[in-house]
Structures are given as structure tokens and as C-alpha cells.
Unconditional design. Structure first.
Length: 197
């Protein structure tokens, strides 16, 4: 992340995203597939890291192997052909709102205080011993004689697909294929993020 001053002099926290160049690897139309979409490939991959089927897919588009493939339905640039390059300034303009889809950071097995925001036992007195971060009661006794599904308990945290909406595009750098958006996006540094309009 970084930060910039906007037009009014306000200090804005931003995330720098490398968006492209993306290559058109497949075009789906209403006649052949039942809907219109554009499949974009990003990031060069080693030829030994892709299957033969995917290698043929990339050969058909006359492009090298790509690390990430994403399909966008009803894309505005449907006049593109296989192998054409889509740049950041063709799609995004400053000031518009976008959504970022990514996988959040995995935090492993965590307790209820970190995972669900439980307060724990606030008082450390009155005979409490090592109970400050415990979940407390999780159900009744002989009836219902079970723990209901969905009970907030300790478990694995993070590593989920999340969509962050209404991120404002602060700046577009077409020379470096960079996009500056206000706020944070899901995922760790270097992870793949899908940007939707």
C-alpha cells in the first residue's frame, strides 16, 4: 500500500495494483456458447508448467502460456480478437468505482477472540484462571444434547474468497500498467486479484 494527496489535499491510503498487460485467450459468443464473454490471460508461465490441453489452448490464441486465466462476461471490448492485448487505460478511468476479488490471507487455526471478536472474560478476578480468551458456554445440557451448526467457535481463519466493493480508482499509470485504488484489497502481496467494474 501507499498513500497520495487527492485534489482537495486529503491524505488517501491506496493500493497499487499491476493490471496487465492481459492477452485475449478466448472469445465466447451468444451463437457458439450461449453468452458473450472474453477470457483474459495474465502473467507468463513456463511451458513445462501447463498441461498439453492448456498448451493447445494458448497456441490457438497465438500467445505463450499464462499463469492466470479469468473470464469476464459481457465485456465492453468484445471487438477484440484472439491474441490482442488489453491494457489498463482501455478499461479503467480515474474516479470510477471498481470491485476487487481475491483470497484473503490465511491465518491458520485461531481462537474465538481473534476469529469472531469475542471479548473473553473481562474480569480476571473472582477465581478466573486462564479463561480470558475462552469461548464460554456453547449450548444447553441434556436438551438439545448437541452443539448447533454455525456455532461461533475456534477454527481456521482466512483463506477465503472475498469481494471488496466500491473501491475508487485514484490514478491510472498506462506506461507501467499500474492502477491506484483507494483502500485495501483482499490477499497478500503478490497475490492475484480480479478487478471488476
Amino acid at each position: 500500500m501507499t498513500s497520495v494527496f487527492d485534489g482537495t489535499g486529503k491524505y488517501v491510503a491506496c493500493t497499487v495494483l499491476e493490471v496487465g498487460p492481459c492477452v485475449v485467450t478466448q472469445i465466447k459468443t451468444e451463437d457458439s456458447d450461449g453468452y458473450n464473454s472474453l477470457q483474459l490471460g495474465y502473467g507468463a508461465a513456463k511451458s513445462g508448467k501447463v498441461t498439453q490441453a492448456m498448451s493447445g489452448h494458448f497456441d490457438k490464441a497465438k500467445t505463450g502460456p499464462k499463469r492466470k486465466l479469468v473470464e469476464f462476461r459481457d465485456f465492453d471490448l468484445l471487438e477484440k480478437n484472439l491474441g490482442d492485448v488489453v491494457t489498463v487505460d482501455e478499461v479503467f478511468v480515474e474516479g470510477e468505482l471498481v470491485s476487487a476479488i481475491g483470497t484473503t490471507k490465511g491465518k491458520g487455526f485461531q481462537g474465538v477472540v481473534k476469529r469472531h471478536g469475542f471479548a473473553g472474560v473481562n474480569d480476571a478476578t473472582h477465581g478466573q484462571h486462564n479463561r480470558q480468551r475462552a469461548p464460554g458456554s456453547i449450548g444447553a445440557a441434556s436438551y438439545p444434547a448437541k452443539v448447533f451448526k454455525g456455532m461461533r467457535m475456534a477454527g481456521r481463519t482466512g483463506g477465503k474468497r472475498v469481494k471488496t466493493k466500491n473501491l475508487r480508482v485514484v490514478k491510472v499509470f498506462p506506461e507501467q500498467n499500474l492502477l491506484l485504488v483507494k483502500g485495501a484489497v483482499p490477499g497478500h502481496k503478490g497475490s492475484f486479484v480480479i478487478i471488476e467494474k
